[in-house]
Design a protein around this ligand. Structure first.
Ligand code: COA
Length: 465
């Protein structure tokens, strides 16, 4: 059952709509100030209103699937029709040339910042890690090529994930890297890609998906804020990533963000293959506190935290994922953290061509395991102390690995360390969506006024690339 709770007696929006409007305002898009035609456009999700997703003004009263299960046999065998000048292709990412095609499409057309001065710089190593986890399907690397020239102009991908939503297993995929060539934007190709990947996933008897977007679509399960911890403030200033605050001097700012070369946590070392069983157990226990998590089996855990086989011997420059553990004097692993590298290309700068970026990935700690309630005052203090030390070390390691900034979302227990460790709030927000599954809202680590929600933290335990 879903109820429309879009207005109260005073005419003010309430419920989920009110929450969304608040979030839009937080994003700098005060919806109440939009012109009438813009408001109409916003409501008019021509594609998404045909899909099994909750409406923007819908309040969820029961969690679960939206379209009840069909069978793969009921799903068409043929792909959705495309205009005559295009054709579908399945990309084989084990083939260098095809990997190169994705690489060129995404590097030239994927997300840019508002001023188009930075763009993600995807690498082969990154794709090998992110597109080929255990159980990956070639069929789920979907492209559109220009018939005749063979040029790749659009891409979408799915990888298998077992989600755990408040202790219910939701067999799903994660959708990522949706991209349409700049010259083909606005032509409704994205909905066709989404429908085609849905068809291909349904054929494997999977009916749900997790995806993220910076834009508001019907309807986010949660929204998190991006945060940035400058590691190389000088360079960030030179490339326009940060500005000198009024009244501050450059040396003051550099000193403020300076980090030592050496990490401080005793027993900290890179995670090794022999640690997988123990760290996996610690991680599963830690993750059980969150409402939405991915259930990693050991093979998946090994892939996501040690990388594929080529990552084990990768040089420092091409390492995508880095994982560390803290081993105490008794040889027990008490903590673990990981971060990945995804640099930006700097588009128009005479000196700097690349910005090294580290992203906090997953972590776990036994610091509050002795308490029944993670929000207990002492539990909070214990975890906060441990996380502050650990993530500060992660920043030191990222800096030593030539990263210029360290990013984190407000998800997980991050609100406990963000401010103390000088992670500044970014302009960007990341909305999380479930396809064909209704969920009660999940806390995303930010308050109504955009600040870090230290009291409630976040109940989101998935990190998407
Ligand atoms: C995102 C992108 C593929 C959309 O393509 P487009 O040409 O602008 O949009 P199209 O005309 O094909 O389709 C528009 C529909 O797609 C939806 N859409 C746009 N971006 C979307 C996204 N990230 N996820 C899901 N749906 C999206 C729109 O809401 C619209 O549907 P609606 O009528 O229900 O509102 C394209 O802008 C792009 O490649 N951007 C750079 C990469 C990027 O941002 N990828 C998404 C990362 S989350």
């Amino acid at each position: 059952m879903s109820g429309n709770n879009s207005e109260d007696a005073s005419g003010e929006p309430t419920g989920k709509l009110a929450e969304l409007l608040k979030l839009l305002k937080m994003n700098g898009n005060d919806v109440t100030k939009l012109t009438q035609s813009q408001q109409k456009e916003m409501k008019d999700y021509k594609f998404w209103k045909t899909q099994p997703v909750p409406k923007l003004d819908e309040s969820v009263s029961e969690e679960g699937p939206i379209d009840r299960k069909k069978t793969p046999e009921e799903i068409p065998n043929e792909p959705f029709p495309l205009l005559a000048e295009f054709e579908w292709c399945t990309l084989d990412v084990t083939d260098q040339q095809q990997l190169e095609d994705i690489f060129v499409l995404l590097n030239e057309n994927y997300v840019e910042d508002r001023d188009a001065s930075f763009r993600f710089k995807y690498t082969r190593e990154f794709f090998n890690w992110s597109l080929k986890p255990p159980g990956w399907k070639k069929d789920w690397h979907v492209g559109v090529r220009v018939r005749g020239t063979g040029k790749l102009v659009a891409f979408i991908s799915a990888i298998p994930v077992n989600l755990n939503l408040r202790n219910k297993l939701v067999k799903s995929v994660e959708i990522n890297f949706l991209c349409v060539h700049k010259q083909l934007r606005g032509k409704r190709l994205a909905p066709v890609l989404i429908k085609e990947i849905t068809r291909r996933v349904n054929k494997y008897d999977i009916w749900f998906a997790l995806y993220t977007s910076g834009t508001i679509l019907p309807s986010p399960v949660t929204v998190c804020r991006y945060t940035h911890r400058p590691l190389n403030w000088d360079k960030l200033l030179e490339v326009g990533f940060v500005h000198l605050p009024p009244g501050a001097t450059k040396p003051q700012m550099v000193a403020n963000y300076a980090l030592p070369k050496k990490t401080t946590t005793r027993g900290l070392r890179p995670m090794a293959p022999k640690d997988v069983d123990e760290v996996h157990a610690l991680f599963v226990k830690y993750q059980s506190r969150f409402d939405l998590v991915q259930d990693f089996d050991k093979e998946e855990f090994r892939h996501w935290f040690l990388g594929g086989p080529e990552q084990l011997n990768a040089s420092e420059d091409t390492k995508v994922i880095r994982s560390y553990v803290v081993e105490n004097e008794d040889g027990k692993i008490t903590d673990f953290f990981s971060f990945y590298s995804l640099p930006f290309t700097i588009l128009e700068n005479p000196v700097h061509k690349e910005l090294g970026i580290g992203y906090l990935f997953y972590y776990a700690s036994d610091a509050d395991f002795g308490f029944n309630d993670r929000f207990d005052k002492e539990a909070t203090a214990a975890l906060k102390t441990r996380l502050c030390q650990m993530v500060n070390d992660a920043c030191i390691l990222a800096h030593n690995a030539k990263m210029d900034v360290f990013n984190a979302l407000t998800s997980q227990d991050n609100a406990l360390f963000l401010e103390k460790l000088k992670f500044g709030p970014g302009d960007g927000f990341l909305n999380f969506y479930l396809f064909n599954y209704k969920s009660f809202p999940i806390t995303g680590g930010i308050r109504d006024d955009k600040s870090y929600d230290v009291e409630r933290r976040s109940n989101l335990g998935v990190v998407m690339l």
